[in-house]
Design a protein around this ligand. Structure first.
Ligand SMILES: NC(=O)C1=CN([C@@H]2O[C@H](COP(=O)(O)OP(=O)(O)OC[C@H]3O[C@@H](n4cnc5c(N)ncnc54)[C@H](OP(=O)(O)O)[C@@H]3O)[C@@H](O)[C@H]2O)C=CC1
Ligand SMILES: O=C(O)[C@@H]1CCC=N1
Length: 267
């Protein structure tokens, strides 16, 4: 199966690397970018080919659109006459609906909208995907296999994609922000920065592994850490005083709203 990745930025290059790691023949993979130098550099790193977007899609069974939402209209116009009749188009762009893609691609083109995240770089990604009108079950499986090469995948109604973008798409940014803040706190408390970093990163990794492996509700896990009258409840009281939980709710509402704002009209 031949796959073209259009856009060799953070996500395009991450997906390309993962496809090679998961056993795809690099000869079946081609990457393009607005900057041909960037496409060639990314292709060389992974032993794949680089080409112009038009040439890349001419031989592709699956076309991955990995450009920013603002660049999508121009890219689709560019490739419109070159997409193969039975190709599957998978867009990973925030805010771009399947309806928008279907109206601009040749009539009947099969489309999947997906929202992965950057932990795909270490095969621990989380993707939510939604099929378009013409996507067959086999093509949905094809898209699933592609995204499973970088982590977990759920299929859900497209009406939830702004929420997926706000939670798991942008989610790594919030987690890194919390990690930064905890490291800074460690430095404030007198720890060397590398010691603070090791303590925080392993704590995050351990806590995430516990949630995943025990299946225990996070509230129960938090209660297990919180000794009566102890240190954890003192810290959690301060987080409540500063309305951190409310801040997270507001933040993710803002991300979903931004996703809706970025969404161009379908017609
Ligand atoms: N970063 C993330 O965490 C996630 C991003 N996404 C989505 O993935 C998409 C890509 O994001 P990201 O990788 O971060 O963005 P980047 O800006 O890193 O990568 C996009 C690349 O596409 C290039 N490009 C622009 N127009 C074209 C074109 N017409 N043909 C070929 N290449 C083109 C850009 O060039 P130039 O630099 O010149 O603009 C850039 O190199 C976005 O739509 C985003 O919403 C989804 C999930 C997570
Ligand atoms: O910030 C963004 O717009 C993109 C979409 C999800 C993660 N990064």
């Amino acid at each position: 199966m031949s796959i073209a990745v259009l856009g060799a930025g953070v996500m395009g290059s991450t997906l390309l690397a993962a496809l090679v790691r998961s056993g795809h023949d690099p000869g079946d993979l081609v990457v393009s970018d607005r900057s041909s130098g960037r496409a060639e550099q990314v292709a060389a790193e992974h032993g794949t080919r680089a080409a112009a977007s038009t040439a890349a899609v001419e031989t592709a069974d699956v076309v991955v659109l990995a450009v920013k939402p603002q660049d999508m209209a121009a890219l689709i116009e560019e490739i419109h006459d070159h997409v193969r009749p039975h190709a599957l188009v998978v867009s990973i762009a925030a805010a771009i609906s399947t309806d928008y893609l279907e109206r601009r691609l040749p009539e009947g083109t099969s489309v999947v909208r997906a929202m992965p995240n950057t932990p795909a770089l270490v095969d621990q990604g989380m993707s939510g995907m939604s099929p378009g009108r013409h996507c067959t079950p086999e093509q949905l499986d094809q898209a699933r296999a592609l995204l499973e090469s970088v982590g977990r995948v759920i299929v859900l109604d497209e009406s939830h994609q702004d929420a997926v973008t706000a939670i798991s798409g942008s989610g790594p940014a919030y987690i890194f922000y919390v990690v930064e803040a905890m490291i800074e706190a460690g430095v404030l408390l007198g720890l060397p920065r590398d010691t603070a970093t090791e303590l925080v990163v392993q704590t995050l990794y351990g806590a995430a592994t516990m949630i995943r492996e025990t299946g225990t509700h996070p509230t129960v896990l938090r209660e297990q850490v919180s000794s009566p009258g102890g240190t954890s409840v003192a810290a959690l009281r301060a987080l409540e005083d500063h309305k951190v939980r409310a801040a997270f709710l507001t933040a993710m509402e803002a991300a979903a709203r931004r996703s809706r704002e970025l969404s161009p009209p379908a017609g």
